[in-house]
Design a protein. Structure first.
Length: 343
């Protein structure tokens, strides 16, 4: 495995982890807003209980993505900066607003409802803007002026492929987060909240699958080179679809059952997450070697090998410090029933 493959693999791992974790986080914010006035179900309280410790950890990964991109592939940053200037600035602004309300809500209780509204709105807008990076970097949506690539807003706003990606991002965010909050409610013993989130997941599952199919179909029309390549990874996509159906069927079974000591809502979350990991591998591998098609590749934008080796050692040391902390966080806030039940 070459240095460039190692570097892009590490970067893509950061992207995938953030995508899944952020789906849980942003989706929880949206559900917190939707069920704000339905106090009997305690659905908003469950969502806010999850949001309270999770949002700070999730933001760690977006920092890792930016740092890894700039340090491993400095040659790509200029082109990406030109293409994604407006969407990137909007994402930063929305996340800044969201984080501000997160902080103030813990200090001043009168901001609780405003927090739910802000989290809900940004919980839809941020994933929609972030996912737009993918179709933009697949080529065909930019124009060159004086040797500089710029996003062609006319093509961008009329692209069916862009809207299919946005639909997939929004539906996936809501589907994954409803699954997780159903599991969270089950552990908390909040039966009404569990029923609500389970119902949402059952409703959103087919919509998410349809959005994925539409994304592939529009890819054939607007990014034929990628569509042809992704067919080479068809077994991975089939495995992803199988995981989806297993997860969805798990939702329909009696939820008080346990398999291998794990309750069914937790199994649904694990299998659904595996589904996205498999699909992400197929998509990421099919894109190689392009970061921005067709002009920026991982080889043309790669840093000096000596710099990469030094950076890679630093990342490994950082992982050795961070991973135990993440494991402890998971056990403390997701598996500790006393915390989840607020005892």
């Amino acid at each position: 495995m070459t240095d460039t493959i190692i570097a892009i693999t590490l970067l893509w791992i950061f992207v995938v982890i953030y995508s899944v974790a952020a789906s849980f986080d942003f989706g929880a914010g949206f559900w917190s807003m939707i069920y704000l006035n339905r106090e009997k179900t305690k659905a908003t309280q469950i969502a806010n209980r999850y949001l309270s410790p999770s949002w700070e950890v999730v933001n760690v990964f977006i920092v890792l993505i930016v740092v890894a991109l700039v340090t491993f592939f400095p040659g790509a940053t200029y082109t990406l900066g030109s293409l994604l200037l407006v969407p990137g600035c909007l994402v930063v602004l929305l996340m800044l607003i969201r984080s501000t309300f997160m902080v103030f809500s813990h200090l001043i209780y009168k901001y609780d409802k405003m927090l739910s509204i802000v989290s809900g709105v940004t919980g839809i807008l941020v994933p929609a803007l972030l996912i737009s990076v993918l179709p933009v970097t697949q080529g065909g949506l930019s124009r060159t002026i004086n040797g500089v690539e710029y996003l062609d807003w006319g093509l961008f706003l009329t692209s069916a492929h862009v809207y299919s990606f946005i639909g997939l991002a929004v539906s996936s965010t809501l589907f994954l987060s409803s699954l997780l909050l159903a599991d969270y409610s089950f552990v908390a013993g909040e039966k009404q909240a569990f029923t609500v989130y389970r119902r949402d997941a059952v409703f959103l599952g087919p919509i998410t699958l349809l959005a994925a199919l539409v994304t592939v179909l529009t890819m054939q029309l607007e990014a034929k080179w990628l569509y042809d390549r992704i067919l080479d990874y068809l077994p991975w996509l089939i495995a992803s679809a199988v995981c989806f159906f297993i997860s969805y069927i798990t939702l329909l079974l009696p939820q008080d059952r346990r398999y291998f000591g794990i309750h069914l809502p937790r199994i649904a979350v694990i299998v659904a997450t595996t589904q996205y990991l498999l699909a992400s591998y197929a998509y990421g591998a099919a894109r190689l070697p392009y970061i921005v098609y067709p002009q920026v590749t991982i080889e043309s934008s790669f840093t000096h090998p000596d710099t990469f080796h030094a950076l890679f050692i630093c990342y490994m040391v950082g992982f050795a410090i961070l991973v135990p902390g993440f494991i402890y966080f998971w056990r403390l806030f997701m598996k500790d029933e006393q915390y989840v039940r607020q005892k």
